[in-house]
Structure formats: C-alpha cells, structure tokens
Ligand binder design. Structure first.
Ligand SMILES: [Fe+2]
Length: 512
C-alpha cells in the first residue's frame, strides 16, 4: 500500500493499521559498523547481506536502543555507479541489532558490491558473488577454513584469503571458541568467562568479528558455513553437555542461546528463526559439474559410546561394546536425506563438507580398539553407512572435506579400510586450522605410516584452495609455521592434482 492509497482509505473511513513508526537512526553518534559486514549463502539469483550494529569495541555491550533503521545498497560496480537494489531494514533489538537482507533478482555468476548506511555512517564496501546457473559449464575456485581459536594466534590467514580470487569461502566449524580467557601466556585473550548464555555468546562472537583481518575475508567473498562443537561447548552432542552435572534441559537452553548468537553474527536468513531447531545442512549445485552437501555433525549426534568411561579417559575408549551399536553422527533424518540426494547425483565432482577426519587412521580391524569417541571412530557403524552411501554412487569423483584435527591431510577412503588393494571410493581432504594449535608430532608420525595417508602435516596453520574444472581438481594447502603472528607469511606448502577417473591425487609439489 502506497501513501496515496493509505490516505484514500483513511478518508473513506476504513480502519487501517498504521505503519510502524520509523525508527530514528539519529541516536547513533559513533561509527556503528565496528563488526564489519558479510555476505553468504548465495544462490544463482540471491545473496544474504549481514551486519550488526556495535559501537562499543572494549566490552562489546549490545546497544541499548529499540530497533534501528539501516539502509542498504547493492551495486553492479565497485565505483557505486550502477545501483541494482536498495532498501531499508531493521536492526532488531531482539537479535542484538543484527541486520540481514536477502537480496533477490540478481544475475547468476556475477559480482556485486554492497554497503550499509546508518545515521550519517557508511559501512565499508563489500563484494559478493552469486552462484552460476545449475546448467552452466563453469570452473570453480573456493577456499576452505576452520578452527579459529582467537587465543592461539592471529587471523593473518584471512588477510591472504581476502587477496585470493575466489567464488566463495567454505567454513567447516569452530568459528568461535567458548572457553574463558586462557590461563597460560597467549598472544591475546578472550573477553569474559566461558560463554554459557546469550550475553556471553554474543560478546564472544562480537570479539571475533571485531578482528579486522576476519572482516577483510568476509567483505571480499560470500561464505558458506557448517558448525562444529566450539560454537556451543567442547565435544557436546545433541543436547548433552560434556559437564556431568549439566541437565539436558539446561544444556538445551544453552545450546539455543549459542545457536541464536551464531545466527545473529553470520549471514543466514530464516523467515521464522527457531533456535531449538537450526536447519544448517544443505545441498548446493555449482554449475553442471559440481555439487556440495554441507553436513551438521553436532545438532543430532548421538551421545558417546560408554559415556562415563570415555569422559574419564579423555574421550579415548578401548574395549567398549557400545561402539558397535548403530549410533548416528548425523541423525537418521539427515543420513537419509544425504543418502537419497547423494546417490542420485550425476555431477562429476561431488563434495561432502563435514567437520572432521573420516578415515579411521588404522586399516587393521583387529587393532586394539582405542577409539577417539568424538570423531567418526566413535561412530563406526555411522561411518560405514556414510562410506556405503558414497560407494553407491560410482559416477565421477567424491571429495570428503573436513577440519577439526588442526592438520592438513589427504587420505584415501575405501569401502572397507582393511582392503587396501581395493580402489578408493573417495578422496578425503582435511584442512588445517586458521589459528588453533596443532596435533602432537607423534600423531602425525603414526598417521604417515598408513599407506592411505597421502599427506599429513600438523605443524602449519592456514587454509586450502580448490580449483575445479570439468575434469581436473587442483588442491593447494596455503600455510605458515605455527603459531600465526601478525607478520606470518603464507605460501603454497603442498599442491596436488586429481583427475576425473583418477585413483588418487597426484603430488605436484610438497615443500616439507
Ligand atoms: Fe577446533
């Protein structure tokens, strides 16, 4: 209803609901875009733009104001000459004054530039890109990142990611760490105690988002996301806390707060957000040659096998019969969705993005059953179901993407890891952490004894880049020695190539 129609109705004596009072952004007197801007979850015709208004960069206290109107603009060029779309959006007080806009009617496979305006302040200029049409023949260049413990190092990798020519960034979990400030000497410290409630998670996200290097990577590329445990609590499963005294009902409320803060700080858009049930897993088509499945390995995960024993033994189990129970990492509904969708796919490159190492590490089924319960090793039946799903689709090439272990790794996944003469059914690529500390050297030595481990390096921090054409995938690990300083220099530490129909990635260059 436009203004004229509104007045005509009023004159005709028709009761009409008054439009909500415009909010005055004049109350904002300090620069409100301290947390940067971001875009994400693009389709071939839309993208989500994000910001959160924040002026306090010391303690990151939310604004004490009602909803605030923010203007947004999308341009076809970086000089802001060709305006494509604009509008006003409310920074809702209920969502910590975060702003999210899904911009529609965009052209496929196209760069756009965007900015927000609030009161007299402009945000910095962001760049984003839509996905190509699902039937188009295109190449793809994307980066994978995960595990950014603020206390373990600087986000210098993101400065480098911002410079990369990418179609998108794929983030595989541990966007924040929930812990309180480290007691040992670190490079920088978390504000506030362990995040446990909405205020705590909001403050933690805001502290991470205030990092200028992370802001650069968000402003330059659209991102896709899955989460792992630290967005809520180390090693949690479903609604089960890893603290014995926590009741599920209390932990459920904690998880809800964590999911809400996650939503408030990332470019997601739900019409009616329900933080008790956050639909994260999704399927993406990228042109006619590539397809992605983004999995949620936390929200529906069954509790650990032999729970009490596992907790006592630092999550490592031996001789636990419950490991053989048909427990799930993904939840049955997500497993079925994946199986139905994956087995139908005819695209040559299939990427399953999940959080952690899928290879069991040992190929010996009689290996003294020492299992790390939080990973797929703690869910061997579920892992076999995932492997069986992958094996049922014999077309093209499957790449399983993972993170979590703070190491770069390439492994060969087989129908049965005991039969190493069999042709691998997928290649697994684990990307090292942005900043979180790496595994002990001994673990690296152990893995490298396994012929299925094509590459393993837990010494370096960084990210990976995938360049995918119709028939070739080139994979680069771009890393720096640990820990990451502000002056750290990143370089391509390992370079592999994989062809459609090829058995294994072919080493082009490995520097260490
Ligand atoms: Fe991590």
């Amino acid at each position: 209803m436009n203004r004229r129609q509104f007045h005509q109705l009023l004159l005709a004596g028709v009761a009409v609901e008054l439009p909500s009072q415009p909010q005055f952004s004049a109350r904002i007197t300090d620069y409100p875009f301290q947390l940067g801007i971001a875009s994400g979850n693009p389709t071939s015709s839309s993208v989500i733009l994000w910001t959160r208004l924040m002026t306090d960069t010391k303690t990151f206290k939310p604004l004490e104001q009602p909803n605030i109107k923010v203007h947004w603009e999308v341009y076809a060029d970086s000089h802001l000459q060709q305006l494509v779309a604009q509008g006003d959006s409310d920074a809702l007080a209920d969502y910590a004054h975060s702003v999210r806009v899904r911009v529609h009617h965009l052209r496929a496979n196209t760069y756009y530039w965007y900015r927000f305006t609030c009161a007299t302040f402009h945000s910095s200029l962001g760049r984003t890109k839509t996905l190509p049409e699902a039937n188009s023949q295109v190449s793809l260049r994307f980066a994978v990142a995960n595990c950014q413990n603020f206390q373990h190092g600087y986000f210098t990798a993101y400065q480098q990611i911002a410079l990369e020519n990418l179609d998108f960034v794929l983030f595989l979990g541990d966007y924040i760490y929930e812990y309180g400030p480290s007691k040992s000497k670190g490079m920088r410290y978390h504000l506030g105690p362990e995040a446990k409630d909405l205020a705590g998670y909001r403050q933690r996200h805001a502290q991470y988002k205030a990092d200028k290097m992370l802001q650069q990577a968000h402003a330059q590329h659209p991102w896709f996301f899955i989460w792992d445990d630290h967005e809520v609590q180390n090693d949690y499963t479903h609604v089960k806390s890893t603290v014995a005294e926590d009741l599920s009902i209390e932990f459920y409320a904690r998880r809800k707060s964590a999911y809400q803060a996650y939503y408030e700080h990332l470019p997601f858009y739900f019409d009616k957000p329900d933080f008790a049930n956050f639909q994260l897993f999704q399927n993406l088509l990228y042109g006619q040659s590539m397809e992605f499945w983004l999995l949620d390995t936390r929200q529906y995960k069954d509790p650990f096998a032999c729970y009490e024993l596992a907790m006592k033994n630092y999550r490592v189990l031996s001789g636990c019969e419950e490991l053989l129970w048909p427990r799930s990492m993904l939840g049955i509904q997500q497993e079925q969705w994946l199986d139905q969708s994956f087995t139908k796919s005819t695209r040559p490159w299939k990427f399953i993005a999940q959080t952690t190492l899928v290879h069991p590490g040992s190929n010996d089924p009689t290996f003294p059953q020492k299992k790390f319960v939080d990973g797929w090793s703690g869910y061997p039946k579920a892992r076999q179901r995932l492997i069986d799903t992958i094996a049922r689709n014999t077309s093209g090439q499957t790449i399983v993407l993972g993170g979590d272990i703070h190491a770069s790794a390439i492994t060969l996944l087989r129908k049965s890891s005991a039969h190493i003469a069999d042709k691998p059914i997928a290649t697994e690529v684990v990307t090292t952490s942005i900043s979180s500390k790496g595994l002990h050297k001994r673990e690296a030595e152990y893995y490298l004894k396994n012929p299925d481990f094509v590459y393993f390096n837990s010494e370096d921090r960084g990210y990976s880049v995938f360049e995918v054409t119709e028939d070739t995938l080139v994979l680069k690990f771009v890393t720096t020695p640990s820990p990451v300083n502000l002056e750290s220099k990143f370089s391509v530490n390992a370079l592999f190539e994989l062809k459609i129909g090829g058995d294994r990635p072919h080493k082009i260059q490995v520097l260490n």
